[in-house]
Design a protein around this ligand. Structure first.
Ligand SMILES: [Ca+2]
Ligand SMILES: [Ca+2]
Length: 322
């Protein structure tokens, strides 16, 4: 309950801080394209962070990932959404337990006007999330945003797809993934012009966020100094404060595991966008969480992802440090 309240506050802050800004004119950057040749993005072509154009396909089948054939789908649960295109037919999702004789995994299907347009299987059982129908690439035709929740124990996690109708079929627009194939943006945290100054950035978006983490590390050092089980952490926090290992421009810290934790369909200055949340941490990962990075994005009219804005809310005061 408390966590939900905090998240709500974060969301409200994020909305308020956008009030009145003209996103269209101010943020016109188009994402550059890390290719599969880049070592950092070495992975199969299909999952790479390439933002390549979606090619129209005639009469293609709905495409999911790792959809196994000849497996037994059990315990189907139907979840109805609103009638997003107002044609009189409600949209719905089906979730299943998949029994391949060995183990039980999960499957999810999305039906748009009774037509199966997306299916996905993975190791975890899943629950349906959000559904939105907006023009995310500005071509006058609406795309479908669909999210779902794999059932993990302790971590917030939401998966998503954006489906675009091309050549008579609904195809998935490419969105960035990390080396583990999780939905994740290519975020960097680097040392700025002083030891505790951190520069947060995302490939494909020019503007960066400057976060002064000194208060954070003073607090962390103070909180751990008398705990004998946390002396190694305490040393790391003091090391930061002393500036040991500091090198302007060098990579620092990490993006928290599980990639995108949460994603919402939002409107900024009447423009539909998606807003993804990812966690940012120092060198000690979950023992040194710094805050939430919000990535606002949409697509250009040829299906390439475009980041519109970054926002950072640190866990010390949920305020921006820009
Ligand atoms: Ca409908
Ligand atoms: Ca569109």
């Amino acid at each position: 309950m408390k966590k939900r309240s905090i998240l709500l506050i974060i969301s409200l802050c994020a909305c308020l801080s956008l009030t009145g800004c003209k996103v269209e004119s101010k943020y016109s950057n188009t994402v550059s394209i890390p290719t599969t040749d880049d070592e950092e993005y070495e992975k199969t072509d299909d999952s790479s962070f390439s933002f390549t154009e979606v090619e129209p396909k005639e009469n293609t089948e709905p495409k999911g990932e790792e959809v196994k054939e000849n497996v037994k789908k059990e315990s189907g649960v139907k979840t109805e959404f609103e009638d997003i295109d107002e044609d009189g037919t409600k949209e719905y999702a089906m979730t299943y337990e998949v029994n391949d004789g060995d183990l039980i995994t999960g499957a999810i299907e999305l039906y748009f006007n009774n037509e199966l347009i997306y299916e996905y299987q993975e190791e975890l059982l899943m629950d349906p999330g959000k559904l939105a129908y907006e023009d995310y690439d500005g071509d006058g035709e609406k795309e479908i945003f669909f999210s779902f929740y794999p059932r993990v124990n302790s971590m917030p996690l939401e998966e998503y797809v954006v489906l675009k109708k091309t050549g008579g079929a609904w195809n998935k627009l490419k969105t960035p993934v990390d080396s583990l194939n999780s939905n994740s943006f290519p975020i960097h945290i680097k040392y700025g012009s002083s030891p505790c100054e951190l520069i947060i950035s995302c490939d494909g978006y020019e503007e960066t966020i400057v976060y002064d983490a000194e208060v954070h590390y003073e607090k962390m050092a103070e909180n751990t100094k008398n705990d004998e089980n946390k002396q190694s952490f305490n040393e790391e926090f003091n090391r930061m404060l002393r500036g040991e290992g500091y090198e302007e421009g060098a990579e620092f810290g990490m993006v928290m595991p599980w990639g995108v934790w949460e994603i919402d369909a939002v409107t900024v200055d009447d423009k539909p966008m998606l807003k993804a949340r990812q966690g940012i941490a120092g060198q000690l990962e979950r023992y040194d969480q710094l805050g939430d990075l919000f990535i606002y994005f949409d697509f250009t009219d040829n299906g390439k992802l475009k980041i519109e804005k970054l926002e950072f809310f640190d866990y010390e005061n949920y305020g921006t440090n820009e």
